[in-house]
Write a protein of this length. Structure first.
Lengths: 525, 107
């Protein structure tokens, strides 16, 4: 009976893994990139210069700029520069412009002057794609959440299927074909399991209001807004009094917050009804300061008198738990080295999915090793594997190349960066259809190697902020991006070399070698 | 946190050596009687010790998260490096075993 159960779980693992594997691979890869969202944005908008952090001076500069340029706005928002984001971002909403309408300007943190940046989504694109999949709201979120559920299912069924989880805990045997792929798949899956479990479970928590809305609907009716207002402890802001009153210097309010919580970094500052007697100013502590989102870490001031009115409501234990789980997923609290580990574990998750997809095909190709061409369904999986993995990497590189090469003044430039991403991906799919399996892999990986390895050079030529500049200036976000691109290029070159080199004599590798299985693909093209 | 990473790495290395197959593969001889049990205890102790230090240094929340992160990184390095550079990794584990606690004391 027990074996029957394990077989059923193996079946579930195999088939859900195949059907959702390509999508999960893309979700994991873009999610991994999102751990460096701000750094990627810094690379895609190199016009913004990095300066030493000085929150008091930044607040003064932002206030001066907004008073001069957005005096009549309904509200302001100031996002202070931090270790990862160099720009002092100000945005405001004109009266009657609705919730979404607003103007946003990055200011130089040193001069307070607006910086003319190239139009680009930067890291935000990968971040949004990670959970919205470029689909209309809310379908992308639903699909991504469903994928998270499948991932969790894949982990649980994978553990059940894996017979020797403890006996083979430390086992990896390279150079043994199919055996090595399975070892690798199991080892990365098991050794990084805490991360995998955390990341897929927390995705469900992030969208639990969407997945299990019954309790919210029962208490709040159809409006989820009331629920979120309560959850995040949003304060009601009074209407405009239409009586002018100068706004107190924001720096003085900042000092009050510092008195209460010494050393707290402020994430953003919102000003409602600026220049009015009913002005309100709220300070929110930076997400980098704690693992969980803290609604209590907000301070609301009267903007005309400078008096502290309220502090955010304390969290209940349940809230704290949910916010911690979400915070762990986002990793906003992570400093540089922990962020790198997040990135590495993200790649590990991507690799588990990738090796799974390769093994699914490898196992079945063996049976057809003697035949001229692969059966249609296996060829389909092969094409999707190539386009879904190496094709996606090419698309990511395409996005960055477009960022540097598209004309600055082009209208809709940011959209064309995104279009480039999808056009390259589509081209990779067509290429995978036209070329035999092994060659398609090799050629795409080789092109990817070139595309990534040359990014630092392209950056240096087009912006003058190549490695020779960024390393000297200590601009680690810029240098880190370039070095990571270079490293990715070298890795892809190694992989391409393996694929393009003529496979060794088949007899030697015969039983269970993926090389032999890919040979058959070569014939099939 | 480096000390925690080193001790956890050494802990996993010792736990790996506590398995019959890995012991003979890595050290080239059969384990003596009771040796494996001793290694297993030592490995778990090292892991517990590194967790305790992490929590002491960084508070329980950050400590736990960072301990899991560095342990996962360490054991992954161990498992994927072992087939290629077993001697180097054994050396690293030995150094970690000394350097890790030393760094804690020096602080």
């Amino acid at each position: 009976m027990k074996e029957g159960f394990r077989q059923a779980m193996a079946w579930l693992h195999t088939w859900t893994g195949l059907i959702f594997g390509w999508l999960l691979f893309a979700i994991f890869l873009t999610g991994t990139l999102s751990y460096f969202k701000d750094e990627i944005s810094h690379w895609t908008q190199p016009e913004v210069r990095r300066h030493a952090l000085d929150p008091v001076a930044s607040l003064g500069l932002a206030q001066r700029y907004l008073e001069a340029n957005a005096g009549h706005a309904e509200s302001w928002m100031i996002r202070l520069p931090n270790a990862r984001e160099a720009a002092l971002e100000v945005s405001w909403r004109e009266p009657g412009s609705g919730r979404r309408g607003g103007v946003s300007k990055p200011l130089d943190a040193h001069t307070g002057q607006p910086v003319e940046v190239r139009d680009s989504r930067g890291g935000e694109f990968f971040y949004r794609f990670h959970f919205q999949l470029q689909m209309p709201h809310p379908w992308g979120r639903w699909l991504a959440t469903f994928c998270a559920f499948i991932m969790l299912l894949g982990l649980v069924t994978g553990i059940i299927t894996h017979k020797k989880i403890f006996k083979e805990f430390f086992t990896f045997r390279p150079g043994k074909g199919q055996r090595s792929w399975l070892d690798g798949h199991n080892a990365i899956g098991v050794l990084v399991l805490p991360f995998h479990l955390m990341i897929s479970y927390s995705s469900l928590v992030i969208f639990m209001y969407m997945v299990m809305p019954a309790s919210i609907m029962a208490s709040y009716g159809g409006s989820t807004e009331g629920y979120f207002n309560d959850l995040f402890g949003r304060e009601e802001v009074p209407k405009v009094a239409n009586a002018a009153a100068p706004l107190v210097p924001l720096a003085s309010l900042y000092a009050q917050v510092q008195q209460q919580v010494p050393g707290a970094a402020m994430g953003y500052v919102q000003v409602y009804n600026p220049g009015d007697r009913n002005a309100r100013v709220s300070f929110t502590q930076a997400a980098a300061d704690s693992i969980a989102y803290q609604r209590s870490a907000t301070w609301m001031f009267d903007g005309a008198t400078g008096q502290l009115l309220t502090q955010g409501a304390p969290e209940s234990a349940t809230m704290m738990t949910a916010f911690s789980v979400v915070g762990l997923h986002m990793g906003n609290f992570a400093g540089p080295w922990l962020r790198w580990l997040y990135f590495v574990f993200g790649i590990a998750g991507t690799a588990v999915i990738g090796t799974g997809l390769v093994m699914w095909l490898g196992k079945r190709q063996l049976k057809h090793a003697k035949r001229e061409r692969l059966p249609g369904e296996l060829r389909l999986v092969e094409v999707l594997n190539i386009a879904g993995m190496s094709g996606l990497l090419l698309a990511v590189a395409g996005f960055f190349w477009a960022n540097r090469l598209l004309p600055m003044a082009w209208s809709g430039r940011a959209d064309w960066e995104v279009n480039s991403f999808f056009l390259v991906w589509l081209a990779a799919l067509v290429h995978a259809v036209l070329r035999p399996g092994r060659k398609a892999w090799g050629e795409q990986l080789a092109l990817g190697a070139l595309a990534f390895a040359l990014l630092p050079l392209l950056n240096g030529l087009t912006t003058g902020q190549g490695l020779n500049h960024s390393l000297v200036a200590g601009d680690w976000a810029m240098a880190g991006f370039d070095l990571t691109a270079l490293g990715t290029g070298l890795f892809l070159a190694w992989a391409a070399g393996k694929m393009l080199r003529a496979p060794k004599s088949r007899a030697k590798r015969a039983p269970g070698a993926p090389k032999a299985t890919i040979d058959s693909a070569e014939v099939s093209g | 946190m480096i000390s925690v990473a080193l001790i956890a790495f050494a802990g996993f290395a010792v736990l790996c050596l506590a398995m019959d197959r890995h012991f003979s593969e890595l050290l080239g001889r059969k384990p003596g009687p009771g040796q494996l049990r001793l290694l297993r205890c030592a490995g778990w102790l090292l892991l517990a010790l590194s967790l305790a230090i992490a929590m002491h240094l960084r508070g329980w929340a950050h400590g736990l998260v960072e301990w899991i992160a560095v342990s996962m990184a360490g054991v992954t390095l161990w498992v994927f490096g072992m087939p290629y550079q077993p001697r180097l990794l054994l050396g690293l584990a030995a150094i970690s075993l000394v350097l890790g606690p030393a760094l804690v004391v020096v602080r």
